[in-house]
Design a protein around this ligand. Structure first.
Ligand code: SAM
Length: 190
């Protein structure tokens, strides 16, 4: 009953890295149709389903419409790279901070591998910018990218801002796609 099969990628990543814990505040970048947010809501208990454990918070953002989901706040028709969106996120997040930033964002593929790679790198860098303005010290980031010659730019920024940076190709990700994920943990205090 997930809205999209992409849920299984996040489940695999979270099995391995244990990023989503009850009580966490999560930003889901590029959340539509909402499968990653479904996983996040369950794992951080933001719908308050379990009254014995801490209640988390999930906020999803997408350029497209995201259908409502219990336990999540959505900003539909919003560009994550826009300053106004970042301000809105800070206003809505408890204590204006997130423990986890997820990004499964992808630009519309042009079919030109090099161009798509460059666009995805730009997108990842804006997710790192967001992390630098809203992530709690000790926080984590999961960010999709397409492999290529500029990925080291993102890796470098992450390595500077986090104590640990790993990459992962979930089994649920199609073998023929160049899609990979950065998993960065233990955000350093500025
Ligand atoms: N993780 C989602 C799920 O499990 O349902 C699927 C995400 S889909 C692969 C990528 C999404 O990123 C698209 O819905 C797209 O509209 C969104 N996106 C791309 N660029 C964006 C931007 N600048 N701001 C917000 N969302 C963006």
């Amino acid at each position: 009953h997930y809205r999209c099969r992409s849920a299984f990628k996040l489940l695999e990543i979270d099995e391995k890295f244990k990023i989503l814990k009850p009580g966490c505040s999560v930003i889901d970048c590029g959340a539509s149709p909402g499968a990653w947010s479904q996983v996040a809501v369950q794992r951080v208990n933001s719908a308050g389903t379990n009254t014995e454990i801490p209640i988390g918070f999930v906020i999803g953002v997408d350029l497209l419409r995201i259908a409502p989901l219990d336990g999540a706040h959505f900003l539909s028709f919003c560009d994550i790279t826009a300053r106004a969106t970042q301000t809105q996120l800070q206003e809505l997040l408890p204590a204006a901070r997130a423990d986890v930033i997820l990004s499964d964002m992808a630009p519309n593929a042009s079919g030109f591998r090099e161009l798509d790679h460059e666009r995805v790198v730009t997108m990842c860098l804006s997710v790192v910018d967001l992390a630098e303005s809203v992530l709690q010290p000790g926080g984590s980031l999961v960010c999709k990218y397409w492999d290529g010659g500029q990925a080291h730019q993102v890796q470098g920024r992450l390595a500077h801002a986090f104590r640990e940076v790993r990459t992962m190709k979930p089994k649920a990700s199609r073998k023929e796609s160049s899609e990979l994920f950065f998993i960065a943990r233990f955000f350093k205090k500025k």
